[in-house]
Design a protein around this ligand. Structure first.
Ligand code: FMN
Length: 214
């Protein structure tokens, strides 16, 4: 039997992203978010324009999308209920958010220079995606949420996540993303079933051989 309900949130499970952006004074902000989806070389981010992150993204037109692994849940949670925005927007202050200029420091994260953007990456994250702003779409009024389209310009990946003998293929058996499922942190369970789609993106024999021998 199904029941009709009115849940407060519809967070049915998506990977956590730590977005690093540059503040106006050149320092760096980092914020957790999880309303992100990926297609081709693009990512669509759903974030409130009241966040420091969105203000920084609109001004600097670049960011780094750092993907934490499941063992980084406690570092990510240290960032919850902080904002890099000063003064704290009223709606957030009422919910207990505090201003924090040193988010890297409070979460024990380390900035690492990027190649193509001025925003630093987060060293502890096994996946770091340098990105540039493409366009911004508004949500239906009166929402403060924006859908922000960014293009991934460079992918940095921890070597131990690569398929054996491959240089451009992430092994899904090795990558353990941190997921937000409603408001709790989860990892992924193990693989349930092979996918027919996987064949399309599998390394070709000739590529595998070339990579293995190089
Ligand atoms: C795990 C997690 C996921 C979140 N996902 C989102 C999200 O998808 N969109 C959003 O606008 N805020 C999200 N938030 C809240 C932001 O992190 C929060 O608004 C934060 O204050 C933004 O920081 P900033 O103002 O320094 O940019 C999330 C928070 C956590 C802890």
């Amino acid at each position: 039997m199904h029941k009709v309900i009115k849940p407060k949130i519809l967070y049915f499970g998506s990977p956590v992203v730590l977005i690093s952006t540059r503040n106006e004074d050149g320092s760096c902000n980092v914020a957790p978010m999880s309303s992100a989806w990926w297609l081709n070389e693009s990512c669509m981010l759903g974030m409130s324009e009241r966040s420091q992150t969105v203000q920084n993204l609109l001004r600097e037109k670049e960011c780094v999308l750092n993907l934490p692994s499941e063992n980084m849940a406690s570092a990510v949670d240290k960032l919850a209920l902080y904002t890099g925005r000063n003064p704290v927007p009223e709606s957030k202050a009422g919910r207990g958010y505090l201003y924090e200029p040193d988010k890297f420091g409070i979460a024990g994260l380390t900035p690492q220079p990027s190649d193509l953007v001025k925003t630093p990456r987060i060293r502890e994250c096994p996946v770091q995606l340098e990105a540039k702003l493409i366009q911004v779409h508004s949500f239906e009024e009166p929402s403060s949420i924006m859908a922000i389209e960014v293009k991934i310009e460079r992918v940095h990946i921890s070597e131990d996540l690569l398929m054996d003998g491959e240089i451009d293929y992430v092994d899904p058996e090795k990558w353990k993303p941190l997921m937000m499922n409603f408001c709790e942190y989860f990892g992924l369970g193990g693989k349930l079933h092979a996918s027919r789609l996987a064949k399309i993106f599998a390394p070709t024999r000739s590529q595998s051989a070339a990579n293995a021998s190089s």
